[in-house]
Write a protein that binds this ligand. Structure first.
Ligand code: ADE
Length: 267
């Protein structure tokens, strides 16, 4: 018998940042043994999920909030890897509402210290783009593909899960997964003009949000692997907030939950 092949993977300490309370709640429902720790105005929930130690927390909105939360996860809770789930605006021409974007690379679209440093460059780092951990992102992409394919096979899923009916009601086709560049900034992008400006300046951008590149920077500084997974809630245009709450409840939260659940099983 090959012991190595049959060995159970060692439990990991995983910090999970949720962008929205609805998402976080679906995680906490899986961690009945959790206990809470209050720190810096945040509630960290420490428990077990599929044998791993999970520290789940709301990221906070914007780069500074997300950077502080990530730093606490690493330094106070000793998270050995960081997973982020949330929503984003779709910028890439193929990226539709309901799709999922896994970040391969991240940039701060509002970083501009010219003339001291080139536009987008992180002062002192000599780079503008940070790479996500490729193995974790591979896992996120493969898992998300598997999760989304169940929607096409089963029209109506169980309560709390992603259903074909909700997608139809929201006018969303069958979702697909993309991986590539995600741009972050302290700005909700809600006009054609603003989204076109980012598209023109950073043409490879697939999605825009407000935290990912800050999480990336902290994880790079501490040498901690991370992945950023975003459901596309809008096209970052003038209709960017239509039925946002319903989208979170019916699409983003079930997708985040199913993806994290399946990733934890496979990790
Ligand atoms: N998160 C979800 N949609 C977004 C948008 N359009 N801009 C920034 N962050 C977002």
């Amino acid at each position: 018998m090959n012991n190595e092949a049959n060995a159970t993977p060692a439990p990991r300490r995983i910090g999970i940042l949720a962008a929205m309370p609805e998402e976080l709640q679906t995680f906490l429902d899986e961690m009945p043994d959790e206990h809470q720790v209050e720190l810096a105005g945040r509630t960290f929930w420490v428990g077990h999920w599929h044998g791993h130690v999970v520290i789940a927390v709301l990221s906070g909105i914007g780069k500074v909030a997300a950077a502080v939360t990530t730093s606490l996860l690493i330094n106070r809770f000793h998270a050995a890897e960081i997973w982020f789930t949330g929503v984003a605006g779709g910028l890439g021409s193929e990226v539709r509402v309901g799709d999922v974007v896994v970040a391969d690379e991240l940039v701060q679209h509002d970083m501009d210290a010219r003339p001291l440093f080139p536009r987008y460059e992180l002062p002192g780092k000599g780079v503008s783009i940070l790479r996500a951990h490729s193995e974790l992102s591979d896992l996120a992409v493969e898992t998300t593909q598997a999760v989304l394919s169940t929607v096409s096979r089963h029209g109506q899923a169980e309560a709390g899960a992603l259903s074909r009916k909700d997608l139809d009601d929201l006018g969303i086709g069958l979702p697909s997964v993309h991986r590539g560049l995600v741009a972050s900034g302290d700005q909700f992008i809600g006009s054609v003009r603003a989204s076109q400006a980012i598209r023109d300046a950073i043409p490879a951008t697939l999605a825009v949000e407000m935290e990912g590149a800050a999480v990336a920077q902290v994880c790079h500084d501490f040498g901690v692997p991370f992945t950023i997974i975003r459901s596309i809630s809008d096209r970052a245009d003038d209709a960017a907030h239509v039925d946002f709450q319903r989208f979170i409840r019916a699409v983003a939260s079930p997708v985040s939950h199913a993806v994290v659940d399946a990733m934890l099983r496979r990790r």
